[in-house]
Design a protein around this ligand. Structure first.
Ligand code: FAD
Ligand code: NAP
Length: 266
């Protein structure tokens, strides 16, 4: 690898399994020169399976879970059993190499919105990744009145990072904000394939359409005051975009900030 190469070689330091054979996260070292905005994604690479010491040839996009101030990079991933990349990424161990393109990518960032109002972060599955980076960064907490984080998954076990999310209200720096407004963060975990206590067993799009998402949040999803991010499954994004478009939510254009930002994962 030469200095003018497009990527750097990083070393895996931690691997965490959330759901065996389905969900895991990986932490790797971070190049000093690698800078990004919360919500952006990296292109990460691996060599061919039969040439583990060779140059990386397989590349995939992964949202950063880690915040820009954290000295490592963290990624949260699905295992697609028939996929070329994710099963191999799931087998990485501390000490192994993971390649990272030098440039970060993506526009699912708070720069898309004017500050103020409520920030709604709607994810299906691993779409949560980008929001963790955004919420690990203190700036988001200051820029919006309230943050409503909705995580739609198939089963309760897939509510990854739930403990971390629920611990933010006690975290120094954030606890003060929760003392002023206990509803600063409204976290709504939604499961579709098993019941979760106190929560409807429905897709988040159904809950948008019938008004129950607003009831659960205790906030109105109104384009005057709300900014919405959508991330994850493209079918969920398409359905949610349609519902939100009918309510008057629009992406920004030519430097004019909007109130809707989306990122497809496949
Ligand atoms: C901008 C961007 C950011 C992304 N960030 C993440 C991330 O943070 N975490 C992550 O796990 N993936 C993320 N992905 C998807 C990731 O790039 C890979 O597609 C995924 O890891 C599977 O790789 P694969 O080679 O095993 O299968 P692929 O051949 O890439 O995908 C095969 C099929 O698997 C399904 N699939 C792919 N990704 C997912 C997923 N995340 N959840 C459920 N089903 C999926 C789709 O049906 C897809 O057609 C992102 C994709 C994009 C475009
Ligand atoms: N046993 C397994 O299931 C298993 C094991 C290992 C790996 N995998 C891999 O995991 C992938 C699925 O990952 P995942 O469960 O994180 O993602 P997902 O299929 O996108 O499901 C995540 C959540 O999004 C919801 N959803 C899907 N389409 C929607 C739409 N159009 N509108 C609103 N909500 C929608 C799902 O609801 P619904 O439940 O109603 O669809 C679910 O609650 C599979 O493709 C497979 O490759 C699966």
């Amino acid at each position: 690898m030469t200095d003018d190469s497009k990527y750097t070689c990083q070393t895996v330091t931690h691997v965490h399994t959330w759901v065996p054979d389905k969900l895991f996260s990986v932490r790797v070292t971070r190049d000093d020169a690698y800078a990004f905005l919360p919500g952006q994604f990296a292109r990460v690479g691996l060599p061919e399976a039969d040439a583990p010491g060779g140059d990386p040839t397989l590349w995939r996009a992964y949202s950063m879970v880690s915040a820009p101030h954290e000295p490592w990079l963290e990624f949260y991933s699905i295992v697609v059993p028939e996929g070329l990349f994710s099963p191999r990424m799931a087998r990485l161990q501390p000490g192994d190499s993971l390649y990272v393109e030098k440039a970060p990518y993506g526009f699912l960032t708070l720069e898309r919105f004017a500050p103020g109002g409520d920030l709604w972060l709607l994810a299906s599955g691993t779409g949560l990744s980008a929001y963790l980076s955004i919420l690990r960064d203190p700036a988001a907490w200051r820029a919006y009145r309230r943050i409503i984080l909705v995580h739609g998954v198939r089963t309760a076990a897939e509510l990854a990072y739930r403990e971390e999310i629920e611990s933010w209200r006690r975290q120094p720096g954030l606890a003060e904000l929760f003392a002023t407004d206990p509803q600063k963060l409204i976290y709504l975990p939604i499961a579709t394939r098993e019941p979760l206590p106190g929560m409807p067993q429905e897709r988040l799009t159904t809950l948008i359409a019938d008004g129950r998402l607003e009831q659960l949040a205790g906030q109105s999803l109104d384009p005057e005051h709300a900014k919405v991010m959508l991330c994850g499954n493209p079918a969920m994004l398409a359905d949610a975009r349609k519902l939100l478009g009918e309510r008057g939510f629009k992406p920004g254009r030519r430097g004019i900030p909007g109130n809707l930002a989306v990122e497809n994962y496949w």
